[in-house]
Design a protein around this ligand. Structure first.
Ligand code: COA
Ligand code: AMP
Length: 639
């Protein structure tokens, strides 16, 4: 397929010419209790709202209607745990029955429309049931990734004030059991907002104690509710009502509560399942992310179920569970047609099995396309995947905020030529520009800030949870008329977008988005630290890893090595293991400009072993020599 035979150009042009007509047509694939009064109402919300006045239910569209329309016995969800070796599957009818029961249990705790429910769970099917049960009764879920520590969970509890928290006794990581319950208990202690109840799923690997009066055994309540024939009906909500809040790293330690609505989200995800990913109802799709990330929300849970496909949920790693053939095993065992993961997973596989020998052990005949996102797909990794899999490998670019792809290569509409290093072209509804500081579009091929013209298409965030001011300030103020992606890059002569890196302090560690500002807050809280800077430095496996430079207070008697160890432990304790913060380096001072700005760019170049020049504005060039010496001592870079 080439650019002339793909339906991409005409589809994109149609959405540009008549956005309301385009999205009204796409909305026909969804069942509504009441249609929209206005497909796009510019007078509502901060930059307008999609499907204003429409009434719907996301759970109904993900489950009930498929059961009603002949998919009752089709598998909706396959849970495959490489840690336990167990595979379980749920038909659409079975999943619906579970969700109806759990939704009734939630209602028993007084959870209703608009109430928040936090889900702090490992990759088990019950987590998905929890999400759908909330959607069913109009409650707003907020899933918190299991790799975050108690303090991060507490921040999210305080911001969203959940009535109920759904959790589990433990998660499984290679070589260790993650005990969730102590983290949950600590978080509730730390938080000012206290949930009325916690539902705890006891896993056999490590059951936990329950606090009387607050904690309840999930399966016990499920059993009782089932025996009593309890079941909750779908609660109609407005298309513009929130479906979920998902917290993501901002430029401070306080995460941003990205809000997702019901109507636009359903339309956009449904549209993407075939037009972008080429997946039809009834086919098996696998997204190898975690439900704690937006990729997991959209493409483990909502996208495939809205489409009537079968979704695989995988509890395991690309390598070590048990080997670098784990992905191929899952694809062949379940007949996966398309798979979505992060480039870092492929870097891990490539490292363990550089010749891709394990691929040959599996029947991948049903497998058509690999999709990558979450971080820039570096061309060597992408090429390796193409060569070894002998199938299209499609990079696509998006953010927690957008909820679905901004730029990609639409396989369903007809795949366009792949250009390594680019996630390809804007999806319908996204007008992507590259601009300078004055919001003036730069020339083709020139680097600038990547921005999206307002209004954004359905599915994208309407605001931040109870914080319109921060939404405006963080995304809409710097480039008037546009949404700021905080990514930098360029467009080429064919309109392909190249996304090269962030313009803020966010770093991308193994496809996980983390704030260096947030880590600096933790480092600065250590009693022996006078000053600090955290930056992302290049890492062959994870793309980037954080590296903290610290200046100790005068008179500190501990050795630098001791303080460094304490700092590493502090970040793990306050943010969580997912921060992958393992490198702290003590330096006599931080190199700064004469106006006092830390020379992060130069330090990063030194740490990455790249060529660097002495900045003309430097206060004292010797400070960089000191950084060089410290890096050398730790064996970082070539400095
Ligand atoms: N609960 C508790 N801890 C978790 C966790 C979870 N859900 N997920 C990860 N962690 C821990 C890991 O065990 C690890 O701990 P450690 O420091 O004790 O080793 C730490 O957090 C860092 O995890 P991660 O960055 O995932 O590194 P890893 O070495 O365990 O695995 C990869 C590396 C590349 C295999 C892994 O990152 C991966 O598969 N990434 C896929 C990316 C992805 O899913 N991205 C989502 C967006 S698409
Ligand atoms: P998250 O919100 O966690 O999904 O992270 C979003 C950020 O990850 C983006 O702003 C980019 O910086 C980066 N990102 C995601 N996908 C890609 C991609 N395909 N190419 C380049 N960067 C990406």
């Amino acid at each position: 397929m080439d650019a002339t035979t793909s339906r991409y150009a005409e589809t994109y042009a149609q959405a540009l010419r008549d956005p309301e007509g385009f999205w009204a047509e796409a909305a026909r694939a969804i069942d509504w209790y009441e249609p929209a009064k206005k497909v796009f109402d510019a007078s509502q919300g901060i930059y307008g709202r999609w499907y204003a006045g429409a009434v719907c239910n996301t759970c109904y569209n993900a489950l009930d209607r498929h059961v009603a329309n002949g998919r009752a016995n089709q598998t909706a969800l396959i849970h495959d745990s490489a840690f336990t070796g167990l595979v379980s599957s749920y038909s659409y009818a079975e999943l619906l029955a579970e969700v109806k029961t759990l939704a009734a249990v939630l209602q028993d705790f007084g959870v209703g429309k608009g109430d928040r429910v936090i889900i702090y769970m490992p990759m088990v099917a019950e987590a998905i049931m929890g999400m759908l049960a909330c959607a069913r009764i109009g409650a707003v879920h907020s899933v918190v990734f299991g790799g975050f520590a108690a303090k991060e969970l507490a921040t999210r509890i305080d911001d969203s004030a959940p009535k109920v928290i759904l959790s589990a006794s433990c998660g499984l990581e290679p070589g260790r059991i993650v005990h969730y319950k102590p983290l949950l208990d600590d978080a509730i202690k730390l938080a000012k907002a206290k949930p009325a109840a916690c539902l705890i799923l006891q896993r056999p690997q490590a059951p936990c104690d329950l606090i009387a009066g607050r904690d309840h055994d999930w399966m016990e309540l499920r059993g009782k509710a089932r025996a009593a024939g309890r079941s909750a009906d779908c609660v109609p909500v407005l298309a513009t009502d929130p479906l979920y809040i998902l917290y993501t790293s901002g430029t401070t330690g306080i995460p941003k509560g990205v809000v997702r609505d019901n109507g636009g989200h359903m339309v956009a995800l449904h549209w993407s399942m075939f037009n972008l990913y080429g997946v039809k109802p009834g086919e098996v799709w696998w997204c190898g992310s975690d439900i704690g990330w937006v990729v997991g929300h959209s493409y483990i849970v909502y996208g495939p179920l809205l489409q009537g496909a079968t979704s695989v949920m995988y509890e395991g790693k690309p390598v070590g569970t048990p080997d670098a053939g784990a992905f191929w095993r899952v694809i062949s065992q379940h007949g996966v047609v398309a798979f979505f993961t992060a480039p870092t997973a492929f870097r891990a596989i490539k490292k363990e099995d550089p010749d891709g020998k394990l691929i040959g052990n599996y029947d991948l005949s049903k497998f058509r396309t690999l999709f990558l996102a979450g971080e820039r797909a570096d061309p060597p990794t992408l090429e390796w995947a193409e060569q070894k899999l002998k199938r299209p490998v499609i990079d696509h670019w998006w953010q927690t905020e957008t909820g679905w792809c901004i730029a990609g290569n639409p396989v369903g509409l007809g795949q366009l030529p792949v250009k390594h290093g680019s996630p390809s072209v804007p999806m319908p509804g996204y007008i992507v520009d590259v601009v300078d500081e004055a919001t003036k579009p730069v020339k083709t091929g020139a680097m600038g800030s990547i921005v999206i013209k307002l209004p954004m298409p359905p599915g994208c965030l309407p605001t931040l949870w109870q914080n319109d001011a921060r939404f405006k300030e963080a995304y809409l103020t710097e480039f008037p008329g546009y949404y700021k992606t905080s990514d930098a890059g360029y467009k080429d002569e064919d309109g392909y977008v190249f996304v090269m890196g962030r313009t803020d302090d966010i770093i991308n560690v193994a496809g996980h988005r983390l704030s260096t500002g947030g880590m600096e807050e933790v480092l600065a809280s250590h009693p022996d630290v006078a000053e600090c800077a955290v930056l992302g430095i290049a890492d062959q496996l994870k793309g980037e890893v954080p590296c903290g430079f610290v200046v100790l207070k005068a008179g500190v008697t501990k050795s630098p090595a001791e303080v460094e160890r304490e700092i590493v432990a502090l970040v793990r304790d306050k943010i969580g293991p997912v921060a992958a913060f393992k490198l702290a380096i003590t330096v006599p001072r931080l190199p700064k400009t004469r106006s006092g700005k830390i020379l992060r760019g130069t330090i990063k170049k030194m740490a990455d072993g790249e060529a660097w020049t002495m900045p003309a504005t430097i206060e004292d060039p010797k400070a960089l020599d000191e950084i060089g010496a410290a890096l050398k001592e730790k064996g970082v870079g070539r400095a």
